[in-house]
Design a protein around this ligand. Structure first.
Ligand code: NOJ
Length: 741
């Protein structure tokens, strides 16, 4: 490792071009040995060819052989032997793919998430990846946004808990020895794009930004994340990539962040279409001044910074500052001692998809899957029974179970649900596709080609698929419908204006339901879809998300009762798309529908749809039942330096062992600004045998009650509060207490 003095000496020995080179990040095709290939992308990006040679980091190249070869060739030509930095998207698992973050957020198991992220870092490190663009910490309250998939849901406190776990898991204790660096994203507020449309405008008060959206990023900074990626959106009409207030005042000034700021893809050049820069040169100046260190995938820094410095338009000290941050990151990663960081095919062999990692991914999938409905205890199915099982739907025999952002994962190696069910129930299972995911994939864009294929569906072929499925269903005693969004309908660029499942699947479900057989719906999705026209046609309903490498094994275990479901959704399931944005920690309004003195018409509600969601935040069923009794508090008052113990007795009142997630909410009844009707402040996942009773206790103290007050200072306000405990946000028991000054 170099000392800080050595790093500064190295910096001083670099030419201006070499320093700017360290700030340039290019994708893999630039580093090919094939000169022809290299010329192509260079011309396409319009980047000065000498800067290609000097670029300091690489985007999305992975695999030990490849990264070693690129590094070796680069170092052979490099004057100062400063190793390249390899950055990649390892968003939720690497080779061993975890459930999507919105899925594993339902586990309420940050310790397991930390272990799984450590495993992902180990696999990534073996491949030569040094930094991952993860975790994604954008709070999301609007399921129209396709990137809900990558988030851990709508709650700032829960997302902060996961933020810490993910960063700690990825980076470990000593980055030079193990783990990879975490570049959190997308700073800030990207989850609040208007109308859920990707890359769209964000507009909110500074108070809301600080209260709801910033805490998860801050938690990650406090956990030591080494890099931050600004978001594509604007905040107060300034794109984050040029936002000095956000990047310098808040991130570096208030939070003390001293790591690297790495743009999102092409974000500096996008300052031009945003309309805050006239050209790439101005965009480069704005970004550098705002505190952006690394330019991902544009020629803005490469082609303009040297001239800007020489003309006096930009202070060279800003280039030095940014370059030093990049060199520091390389040093902290141990790259000056070992530019390959131990990456090798042998390491890949040793670390990829090990039994241990698979077991953890499976446990996480077990805990992520949410049972939404289970009438007449239709589930679990009897693994030893004789009944015939029809498995119908586009996801019945699909491998597309890892979601859009599992870049290193291999969907083909993920067992289909049909295979996983057959492992348990053998030839009792008969499978039929029934329908495609979507009849018309044309709007999915380029990525759609890797989905269900290019099949042009005509009425005859659709009819034949359906008839085949109905014939299979007729012979069955129970039907499992494996339905969901097209795999490319969520993730980046996957925003939707209609959150219902595709019409072809809804029609198929109704046709099967009409046969009068018991129906289990299993839904695969990268968001919380509208299921109000699915649930009535299913006796039991499961949200499976995109469950990852081991997801179908977990699902089969849940369907057959080997595992008792325990997932609790971290994002509200809307009743209808028009309710979005919809979230539990909302304000009461002056005319709350249920308690207002006004006649119902003039309360805050819809005339064509319920106000409540279909399934609220924190909701999920089990094959057993839990009773909550005897909620009590150690006192009726809380002092500024004291604590309040709140306890409840939870009993497993059913016949199967199971896990319950006991949730703690608080409400500040009167504030200098309006406060949410509920805010999550704690939880505990408890395992209870049948008949077992456990006392679950939480400690409340004054710091937990702080918020951004009317004068935008952060603190609590004495007065009346409520504490609530229960199985989910819409079912709680309440006690009052008072905070005294
Ligand atoms: C664009 C996405 O917004 C970001 O999340 C990702 O890390 C980069 N592309 C790099 O692939």
């Amino acid at each position: 490792m170099k000392t800080e003095t050595e790093l500064r000496e190295l910096l001083a020995s670099l030419t201006l071009e070499e320093k700017v080179g360290q700030l340039v990040q290019l994708s893999g095709e630039f580093f090919s040995d094939d000169e022809g290939l290299k010329t192509g992308p260079t011309q396409k990006l319009g980047i000065d060819p000498t800067m290609v040679e000097l670029a300091g980091s690489v985007l999305n190249v992975a695999g030990a052989e490849k990264t070693r070869a690129v590094q070796e060739a680069y170092l052979a030509k490099s004057r100062h032997k400063i190793p390249l930095l390899f950055m990649n998207d390892v968003v939720y698992g690497c080779k061993t793919v975890l459930p999507i973050p919105l899925g594993f957020a339902a586990s309420w198991d940050p310790d397991l998430v930390r272990e799984c992220y450590a495993g992902a870092a180990e696999e990534a490190r073996a491949m030569g990846i040094h930094v991952t663009f993860a975790p994604m910490l954008d709070l999301v309250r609007d399921a129209r946004w396709g990137r809900s998939l990558e988030s851990t849901g709508e709650d700032p406190w829960l997302t902060s808990v996961y933020a810490r776990a993910m960063v700690e898991g990825l980076q470990g204790d000593d980055l030079a020895r193990a783990g990879i660096a975490s570049c959190i994203k997308h700073f800030a507020g990207y989850g609040a794009v208007e109308a859920g449309r990707d890359y769209n405008t964000v507009d909110m008060s500074e108070r809301r930004l600080r209260e709801m959206y910033l805490p998860p990023y801050r938690a990650a900074v406090e956990a030591g994340c080494r890099a931050v990626m600004p978001s594509f959106n604007v905040i107060d009409e300034v794109p984050s990539t040029a936002n000095t207030w956000l990047l310098r005042d808040v991130l570096r000034g208030e939070w003390g962040f001293d790591g690297a700021v790495v743009t999102d893809y092409a974000a500096i050049s996008e300052l031009v279409p945003h309309g805050v820069a006239a050209d790439d040169a101005e965009a480069a100046r704005l970004a550098l001044e705002a505190g952006v260190d690394v330019d991902m995938k544009t020629a803005c820094y490469a082609n303009n910074l040297c001239d800007l410095v020489r003309s006096g338009a930009v202070d060279e000290a800003l280039v030095d500052e940014a370059c030093l941050r990049v060199l520091t990151l390389k040093n902290d990663l141990g790259l000056f001692d070992d530019p390959y960081r131990g990456a090798s095919p042998a390491e890949e062999e040793r670390t990829f998809l090990t039994d241990e990692k698979r077991a953890r991914a499976r446990k996480l999938a077990d805990e992520s899957i949410v049972l939404l409905k289970n009438e007449h205890d239709l589930l679990p199915l009897d693994p030893q029974g004789e009944g015939r099982i029809a498995l119908i739907g586009p996801y019945a025999a699909s491998h597309a179970l890892i979601g859009l952002w599992a870049v290193q994962g291999d969907p083909a190696s993920v067992p289909t649900l049909a295979e996983a069910l057959t492992e348990i129930a053998g030839d009792r299972v008969t499978c039929a596709q029934g329908s495609p995911y979507l009849v018309d994939e044309s709007s999915l864009g380029f990525f759609g080609r890797s989905g269900a294929g290019d099949a042009a569906w005509d009425e005859d072929s659709l009819g034949a698929l359906r008839e085949e499925a109905l014939a299979v269903a007729r012979k069955a005693d129970v039907v499992i419908m494996a339905l969901g969004e097209h795999p490319m309908e969520s993730g980046e660029g996957g925003s939707k204006a209609d959150l219902r499942l595709p019409a072809i699947q809804r029609e198929l479900l109704r046709a099967v339901h009409a046969l009068g057989k018991p129906v289990v719906g299993v839904i695969f999705s990268g968001r919380t879809p509208v299921l109000s026209d699915i649930a009535p046609w299913c006796d039991a309903l499961i949200e499976a998300w995109f469950p990852g490498t081991e997801g179908t094994h977990a699902l089969a275990d849940i369907l057959f009762g080997v595992v008792n479901p325990s997932g609790r959704t971290a994002m509200t399931f809307p009743y209808a798309t028009g309710q979005e944005p919809l979230y539990y920690n909302a304000f009461n309004t002056g005319r709350p529908e249920k308690t207002s003195g006004h006649t119902n018409r003039f309360t805050s509600r819809y005339v064509d749809c319920p106000t409540d969601p279909l399934y609220p935040f924190g909701y999920g069923l089990s094959y057993t039942t839990f009773a909550y009794e005897n909620l009590r508090a150690s006192s009726e008052t809380l002092t500024a330096d004291g604590t309040l113990e709140v306890s409840v007795d939870v009993t497993n009142t059913g016949r199967m062992a199971g896990d319950e997630v006991v949730q703690l909410y608080v409400r500040d009844l009167v504030g200098s600004v309006v406060r949410p009707v509920k805010e999550l402040k704690g939880f505990e996942r408890v395992h209870l045998e049948p008949g077992e009773r456990r006392t679950v206790s939480f400690t409340i103290d004054e710091p937990m009650l702080r918020f951004w007050r009317r004068d935008l200072t952060f603190g609590s306000e004495p007065g009346a509060f409520e504490v609530m405990v229960g199985p989910h946000s819409a079912e709680v028991q309440t006690l009052p207490f008072t905070l005294v000054a």
